[in-house]
Design a protein around this ligand. Structure first.
Ligand code: HEM
Length: 429
């Protein structure tokens, strides 16, 4: 693959690059990631990607050509394929923006790690995110949703739903699961926002600094909890890591726990918050679907799946090939970057009827918005519980909810390509 074009960091790419396609004459590859027109619909440029077949080529910010997978069947074959690596330490890992490439957090745990190391890390978490543990957390999430809405509605007749409701709900739920002390949560929230949404930061602190602050905080917290254990997931992980220390060379040490907790905090909260807020926007723009959900709360679980499918907030999953892979008549060569679009997979007309239509009665549970294969989202039970509770409580408590700006004025996430959806949602009631 060749490198010919470039765009500034953190801007959606409008560039194209010469494509050395195996099947015909050179064509221009569209730039990626692409600008969205609507926070819950595919960017307009995705039509061309779909038309180019289940695998096509796109140009990254530095002109590097990588594969873009849009086909549902092809994505489902590739995501579990061990010949595709998630290792963010590899020099040829296809970061989506210059900023992400330059940050290169050392060996990002779980999501940026391959088996067997990944499996060791994941084992620490699975019981903590199991259905029983999340069911036990539901009353806390419900109480938090009510309290946040008390404050929001009591504070006037308009608010930004993200800062007033969806983000604190998502992060408080994760912090409660982990066992983070309540008084520390607002500061952690501020750091994780800055780590993910640098363009929103009011001050000049860099995302890398915010991430460092989170790591320092966690180091301190874990040291304290080693001395005086609590009853959160952090304490369970400390206990298992300590049991394995020394005994198992693949085990996770206590410093490893620090980065695992940081990934949970930074990644999980924003993706859930953004999905909830974007769901509210989509429902407000589809009054028939909104009315159906309001009138029949038993539709909520299905609506959550459908909205998660449609929004696919973590759209572009990045991998690098460690061997040649033949698929759909193409050869992905060793060292090639591969971007798997969950949004396009979730709207593949070969897999879904009327895929662009929001239909909360659809059986949407087989979507891949939570990924597929060994990295499939460990927090999905928590995310589903939060979404169900957040939507139900909001629709019941604030029946006159509406946008306080025109839909075109709703600001989408900064296009740094980790997360889609909305950055804020100005509402009134
Ligand atoms: C609607 C909300 C969410 C969405 C759409 C989402 C989506 C995803 C996706 C697509 C992956 C796979 C990434 C890949 O294959 O490269 C993933 C992995 C992950 N998610 Fe989520 N997620 C959500 C909520 C959460 C929550 C609430 C948490 C935890 C608090 C969480 C923690 C993680 C972790 C730790 C991984 C890495 C798992 C591994 O590599 O084994 N996520 N998520």
């Amino acid at each position: 693959m060749t490198a010919t074009a470039g765009t500034p960091a953190d801007t959606p790419s409008t560039s194209t690059a010469e494509q050395t396609d195996q099947t015909g004459p050179a064509v221009r590859a569209p730039g990626f990631p692409m600008e969205r027109a609507c926070p819950y619909q595919t960017p307009p440029g995705y039509d061309r990607l779909r038309e180019s077949g289940p695998l096509s080529q796109v140009a990254l910010y530095d002109g590097r050509l990588v594969w873009l997978v849009s086909g549902n069947a092809e994505g489902r074959a590739l995501l579990p394929d061990p010949r595709l690596s998630s290792d963010t330490d590899r020099p040829d890992f296809p970061f989506l923006t210059e900023r992400l490439a330059s940050q290169r957090f050392d060996a990002l745990p779980l999501i940026g790690t391959d088996d067997p190391e990944h499996a060791h890390q994941r084992k620490l978490l699975t019981s903590g995110f199991g259905i029983r543990r999340i069911a036990a957390l539901r009353p806390y999430i419900e109480r938090t949703a009510e309290a946040l809405l008390d404050r929001m509605v009591g504070g006037g007749d308009r608010a930004d739903l993200v800062t007033a409701y969806t983000l604190p709900l998502a992060s408080d739920s994760t912090f409660a699961l982990l066992g983070v002390p309540e008084e520390d949560r607002p500061q952690l929230d501020a750091w994780s926002r800055r780590a993910l949404f640098p363009a929103d930061a009011a001050d000049a602190d860099s995302p890398a600094q915010a991430f460092q602050d989170i790591l320092d905080y966690l180091r301190d917290l874990i040291a304290r909890r080693e001395r005086v254990p609590g009853d959160g997931l952090i304490d369970d992980m400390i206990a298992s890591a300590r049991n394995r220390d020394g005994a198992d060379p693949g085990g996770v040490d206590l410093e490893g726990l620090v980065t695992i907790c940081s990934v949970l905090m930074v990644g999980g909260n924003e993706s859930t918050s953004s999905t909830i807020a974007t769901s509210v926007l989509a429902l407000l723009e589809h009054p028939d679907q909104l009315a159906a959900l309001r009138n029949d709360a038993s539709l909520t679980a299905g609506a959550v799946e459908e909205l998660t499918r449609l929004i696919s907030v973590t759209d572009a999953l990045q991998r690098v090939a460690t061997e040649d892979i033949e698929i759909a008549g193409r050869t992905i060569r060793k060292g090639d970057g591969v971007i798997i679009s969950t949004m396009l997979m979730n709207r593949d007309p070969n897999a879904w009827e009327d895929p662009n239509v929001l239909d909360i009665r659809r059986k949407a549970g087989r979507h891949v918005a939570f990924g597929y294969g060994i990295h499939q989202c460990v927090g999905q039970n928590l995310a589903r519980a939060e979404m169900e509770i957040a939507l139900n409580t909001l629709l019941r408590r604030v029946p006159s909810l509406r946008l306080s700006v025109s839909p075109e004025q709703v600001r989408g996430s900064v296009p740094h390509a980790l997360l889609g959806g909305v950055a804020e949602l100005p509402v009134a009631w």
